[in-house]
Write a protein that binds this ligand. Structure first.
Ligand code: ADP
Length: 413
C-alpha cells in the first residue's frame, strides 16, 4: 500500500511517498517558491537525488503536477504511475475545536477546515489549496486530513481558556489550541514503552525543541496543557518567534513605531526569538559555536534554557507526579548543552541528568535515557517521528478504524 503525504505551505509543498506494507520511505521532496520567480523542485530517493529547476510553478496545482512528473519519471522516479498510490494524507495546521483526530476529507470537512482559516490565515488556506489540487489530480482515491492541533483537544477548559471577554472565546474562538500534535503523540507512546507502562498510566513533560518549540504536559496519556497557544507564537523562545511576552508590548510598539498590526505580527513571528537576541542566528549550532566570542549568543542560550526550565517547573506543578521529561526534535535530540541547562538546578526535585553521557548523545544514537540512577524522574532523548503517526492514521482512517489515540493500535506504542 503506497501512501503520499503532503504538507502544503503558502509557497512550498513538501511530500513523502511511503510503501506502508514494506514500512519504507520511497521518496521525499520539496517544491519551493510556488507562485514566485525561479521555482524549484527537488527530490531524494534511494535511486538518486534530483532537482528540476526548469519548471513553471504558478500555483499548488502545477506544483502537484510537477511532483507527479518527478515521482513517475522514467529515470528519476520511483513509481510507474500514480495509480499505485492508495491514499493521500494532508497535514492541516489548524483544526480549531472541531477535530480531535484524523478524518477522511469530504466536501463538508473541507468547508469546516476552510471556515477555520481565520485562526491560521497563513497555513489553512495553503493546506486547502493543496487539498483541492491533489483531489483534482488524484480524484479516485481517499484523501485524509491529519491535524497539528487534534492531540491537544484533551486539554481542559481551565487550561485552554484565556482570561479575556467571553465573546472573544464564544464568537471568535480565542483559546489555546496547541501544535506539534503528531510529535507529542508519538513521544508520549514511545515514553510509555521506555517506562514499561501503559500510556494511560504515564505523566510526562515533553519538550519538542526545533525551530518552533512546544512543551506539553501529559497526564494519564492525555495532553492537559501545552505552551503554544491559539497560534504557535506563544510559549518558549524559538528560532525566530518571541514566545511569551507581556500582551501590552505589541500594542505599545505598534503605537511608538507607527507599525501596522500585520508588521508587528510578522516581526514577532519571523524576526524575534533567538534571531533577535543574537542579531544573526536562529540555528542553535551557530549560537553554540559562538558562545565564547559573542556575548549575545551566551545570553540567547541562557534565555532559551531559562524559559524551558520555567515550563518544566510549571508543568511539574500541574502534574504533581512526573514519570519522565523527554527532549525531542532537532535541538532536543542533538543539543546536550540545551538539555543540560534546561534541567540544571532541578536536582532537589529528583531530576538528575547524567552530564557526561548527555553531552555525547545525538539523534543518531536513538532513544536514550539521560538521567542518573538516583534521578526519581527519568530523562529521555527520543527522536520524534511525526511521519509514522501520519501514515498510520491514514491507513487507520482508510480501514475505518477509530484513530482516537488512546484507542488506536499504533505499531510504535
Ligand atoms: P523544525 O522542524 O521546527 O524546522 P527541527 O526539529 O528540524 O525544526 O530543528 C531545527 C533546529 O535543530 C535548528 O535550529 C538546528 O540548529 C537544530 N540542530 C540540529 N542539529 C543540532 C545540533 N547538533 N546541535 C544543536 N542544534 C541542532
Amino acid at each position: 500500500m503506497i501512501i503520499l503525504a503532503l504538507n502544503c505551505g503558502s509557497s512550498s509543498l513538501k511530500y513523502q511517498l511511503y510503501d506502508y506494507s514494506k514500512k519504507e520511505l520511497l521518496a521525499k521532496g520539496i517544491v519551493e517558491r510556488i507562485g514566485l520567480e525561479d521555482p524549484i523542485i527537488s527530490q531524494e530517493s534511494d535511486k538518486n537525488k534530483c532537482k528540476d529547476i526548469d519548471v513553471s510553478i504558478k500555483d499548488h496545482t502545477t506544483a502537484i503536477k510537477a511532483m507527479v512528473k518527478l515521482l513517475t519519471d522514467k529515470e528519476q522516479g520511483v513509481i510507474d504511475d500514480m495509480s499505485s498510490i492508495s491514499a493521500v494524507g494532508h497535514r492541516v495546521v489548524h483544526g480549531g475545536d472541531k477535530f480531535t483526530q484524523s478524518v477522511k476529507l469530504t466536501k463538508e470537512i473541507i468547508d469546516t477546515i476552510r471556515s477555520l482559516s481565520y485562526l491560521a490565515p497563513l497555513h489553512n488556506p495553503a493546506n486547502i489549496d493543496g487539498i483541492d489540487a491533489a483531489m483534482s489530480i488524484l480524484p479516485n482515491i481517499d484523501h485524509i486530513a491529519i491535524f497539528d492541533t487534534a492531540f491537544h483537544q484533551s486539554i481542559p477548559e481551565k487550561a485552554f481558556r484565556y482570561a479575556v471577554p467571553i465573546s472573544w472565546y464564544e464568537d471568535e474562538k480565542v483559546r489555546r489550541y496547541g501544535f506539534h500534535g503528531t510529535s507529542h503523540l508519538y513521544i508520549s507512546k514511545r515514553s510509555a514503552k521506555l517506562l514499561g507502562k501503559e500510556a494511560k498510566d504515564c505523566n510526562l513533560i515533553i519538550l519538542h525543541i526545533g525551530n518552533g518549540v512546544s512543551v506539553t504536559a501529559i497526564e494519564n496519556g492525555l495532553s492537559v496543557d501545552t505552551s503554544m497557544g491559539m497560534t504557535p507564537l506563544e510559549g518558549a523562545i524559538m528560532g525566530t518567534r518571541s514566545g511569551d511576552l507581556d500582551p501590552a508590548i505589541p500594542l505599545f510598539i505598534e503605537k511608538r513605531l507607527k507599525l501596522s498590526s500585520d508588521e508587528v505580527d510578522s516581526i514577532l513571528n519571523k524576526e524575534s526569538g533567538l534571531l533577535a537576541i543574537t542579531g544573526k542566528y536562529s540555528d542553535r549550532r551557530d549560537i553554540e559555536n559562538n558562545l565564547e566570542t559573542d556575548k549575545s549568543c551566551k545570553l540567547a542560550l541562557e534565555m532559551e534554557c531559562y524559559r524551558l526550565k520555567k515550563y518544566i517547573g510549571m508543568y511539574m506543578a500541574v502534574l504533581g507526579r512526573v514519570d519522565a521529561i523527554i527532549f525531542t526534535a532537532g535541538v532536543g535530540e542533538n543539543s546536550g548543552l540545551i538539555r543540560e541547562l534546561s534541567v540544571s538546578g532541578l536536582e532537589n526535585y529528583g531530576i538528575k541528568i547524567d552530564q557526561a553521557k548527555n553531552i555525547g548523545i545525538f539523534s543518531k544514537h536513538g532513544e536514550t535515557e539521560l538521567s542518573t540512577k538516583e534521578s526519581t524522574i527519568k530523562i529521555f532523548m527520543i527522536p520524534t517521528n511525526e511521519e509514522i503517526v501520519f501514515i498510520e492514521d491514514v491507513v487507520g482512517v482508510l480501514n475505518s478504524k477509530d484513530t482516537n489515540h488512546m484507542k488506536f493500535d499504533y505499531s510504535f506504542k
